[in-house]
Design a protein around this ligand. Structure first.
Ligand code: 4AD
Length: 430
């Protein structure tokens, strides 16, 4: 038994081959039945006729329906008329299951397609998406493994918020309450005192009621934390990482990007370094150059970032946000403490933020002061504060939303198309 991609080659023209998979398309004209078979590697046309099969066998094949499962052996012919340039004339076969009508086909409405995501995953577009997604996840880990980072596994059930209490999911826990992790950052910070460079890929949870094109309540978060380095150096590492991931996708997925209708040439141009723009400068540009109604101090949401990033064809770093726009742990710029040494990386073509990161406050007194301003209970954060008591060092880190990265790389219109089983305000099944 071979995979379709292995036998789709001129060197097997006229030879016997065996494949197995699912019926992708079927059309019959009585004497001839064309079955397009699908497996994890591709599709191929197969021919059923009484020239090489009995009347009964031909009838059985002709009665198959979409997504029926079978294996077949036959002679491979190079054939320009066939969908994929090759055709197998079936000599022998075994049907594993003949379906009733497969309930899912394109354009049955968004909710129906989401209810049937477990079946829709088999579509060519979704298969292509999942292959690219797999490469994105692997490439992220690969990049950091090659650069001497350790992969660590922080907990998911936690008792401290990193990104503010309003987006915490609470979970009952033996008479108490815990939250689902919004970010592994604080735990990653604990690891750098022994491992120096660490990363993790894990789910993060946000209980925000946002219904934008880029919000999930459960998303895949790739985060890294590094001892001894500053905001600028962190951005350099990140731009090389993004270049590497996009490069891997371009290298391995020309076919999939074609199926998804993604212009590969635009992706080829994603090379570091990426532009770096201070928040204050970006607000000026937004008003003067693009006529947007934005001023210093405004927060950037999905709509604002869309309006800004349609003007870019490469990711862009936005740095030095006003202190009050971000949470307590960011290090204020010593030269201008009203701004912080942080960065967001905005994906181009209207996609917006894919990374949030920056330099952390590493002085105990400074951190305690910021926590007081935020009314945070020091007792709950005793372990985070301890890190500033024993051998504290400058350090930086970031969090990358992998689903958002996938959405941009594949130019999908909604984050729900970038993850197999999206969890949103209104959806927890299948
Ligand atoms: O900007 P955020 O909130 O930063 C943090 O959580 C930091 N503690 C990360 C760190 O420094 N280790 O989230 C980081 C990224 C965002 O840039 C975005 O890509 C993604 O996580 N993200 C979401 N993705 C999908 N749905 C959501 N609701 C998301 N919220 C954040």
């Amino acid at each position: 038994m071979s995979h379709i991609v292995e036998i789709s080659t001129d060197s097997l023209d006229g030879k016997e081959v065996s494949v197995r998979g699912w019926v992708y398309r079927i059309r019959s004209s009585g004497k001839l039945t064309f079955i397009v078979l699908r497996d994890s590697t591709g599709i191929i046309q197969m021919l059923s006729s009484t020239r090489s099969l009995s009347e009964e066998q031909h009838k059985e094949l002709s009665a198959l329906t979409i997504e029926s499962s079978l294996e077949a052996t036959g002679i491979l012919h190079k054939d320009q008329r066939a969908t994929t340039g090759y055709e197998i004339e079936i000599k022998n076969f075994k049907v594993y299951q003949r379906n009733d009508n497969f309930p899912v086909s394109k354009d049955l409405g968004e909710e129906f397609m989401l209810d049937n995501r477990h079946l829709w995953l088999r579509s060519r577009e979704f298969t292509a998406m999942m292959k690219v997604r797999s490469t994105v996840f692997n490439a992220f880990a690969d990049f950091y493994n090659r650069n001497g980072y350790y992969q660590v596994q922080p907990p998911i059930m936690v008792s401290t918020a990193t990104e503010g209490g309003s987006t915490l999911f609470k979970v009952p826990f033996f008479g108490e309450e815990v939250s689902l992790s919004q970010s592994s950052q604080f735990y990653l910070e604990t690891f750098i005192f022994s491992l120096e460079k660490v990363y993790t890929i894990s789910p993060s949870f946000r209980a925000e009621k946002s219904r934008t094109f880029r919000h999930l309540t459960e998303y895949w978060h790739a985060e890294a934390e590094v001892a001894w380095i500053h905001n600028d150096e962190m951005m350099e590492i990140e731009e090389r990482m993004i270049e590497y991931i996009v490069g891997q996708v371009v290298k391995h997925h020309e076919e999939e990007l074609k199926i998804l209708g993604r212009d590969i040439e635009l992706l080829r141009k994603i090379k570091a370094p990426f532009p770096r723009i201070r928040y204050s400068k970006l607000m000026e540009m937004a008003k003067k150059e693009w006529g947007l109604d934005l001023k210093y101090g405004d927060d950037l949401g999905a709509d604002e970032e869309r309006a800004i990033t349609v003007h870019f064809d490469k990711p862009v770093f936005v740095t030095h946000f006003p202190t009050e726009l971000k949470t307590f742990y960011h290090l204020p710029d010593p030269e201008n403490p009203s701004e912080i040494l942080c960065h967001d990386l905005l994906a181009p073509e209207g996609y917006g933020e894919i990374i949030g990161g920056g330099e952390r406050i590493w002085d105990l007194a400074q951190l305690e002061k910021r926590m007081e301003e935020y009314n945070l209970p020091k007792d709950d954060y005793y372990w985070y504060l301890d890190l500033r008591k024993y051998g504290s060092v400058p350090h930086s880190g970031f969090g990358l939303g992998l689903d958002r990265l996938c959405m941009w790389i594949m130019k999908l219109s909604n984050i729900k198309e970038a993850i197999p089983y999206p969890r949103t305000v209104r959806r927890t099944r299948p």
